[in-house]
Design a protein around this ligand. Structure first.
Ligand code: DQA
Length: 147
């Protein structure tokens, strides 16, 4: 029997505040509830998920460094870092595993600064504006890429 795929679920700043952020953009789930949902979807796909969230860029970078060789892929919502944090891009590049960039809200239909992503061109795929379902789509993408 093959081992389950190991997927990192990574969240950037303020994502830990889900449930207290504008529901029109982010819905009503807390991060814990979102993580539980993703864990369940992953289990249905024979994947195991490890969750991490940080509001600190350096902590996030170091966490990603530590994942090298331990995960098969990642689902990443870098929050506001998406739009400007080159250190996050570099860390994900170093990781060398396929990752999907996910945003709960429709970043392409909001303020102009949210249309910029410094990670998109190294991401295996990107999903936005689909709420939690975007994470399920990301898992399906990784399942295909890693098959
Ligand atoms: C977000 C979109 C970002 O622009 C924002 O800074 C976030 C969340 C999203 O999931 O829609 O914190 O990544």
């Amino acid at each position: 029997m093959s081992r389950p795929l190991s997927i990192a679920l990574l969240h950037g700043p303020n994502i830990g505040m889900l449930g207290r952020r504008p529901s029109a953009h982010y819905g009503t789930l807390t991060l814990r509830e979102l993580e539980d949902l993703v864990r369940g979807w992953a289990a249905e796909r024979g994947m195991r998920v490890g969750c991490f969230q940080s509001d600190h860029e350096g902590s996030f970078v170091e966490h990603v460094h530590g994942l090298a060789g331990l995960v098969d892929g990642a689902v990443v919502n870098p929050g506001a870092w998406t739009h400007y944090a080159w250190s996050i891009r570099d860390a994900l590049e170093i990781l060398g595993a396929p990752f999907v960039e996910v945003h709960l809200s429709d970043v392409e239909a909001r303020e102009p600064h949210r249309r910029v992503s410094v990670v998109r061109d190294i991401a295996s795929a990107a999903v936005w504006g689909k709420g939690p379902d975007g994470y399920r789509e990301a898992l399906d993408h990784l399942a295909g890429v890693l098959a």
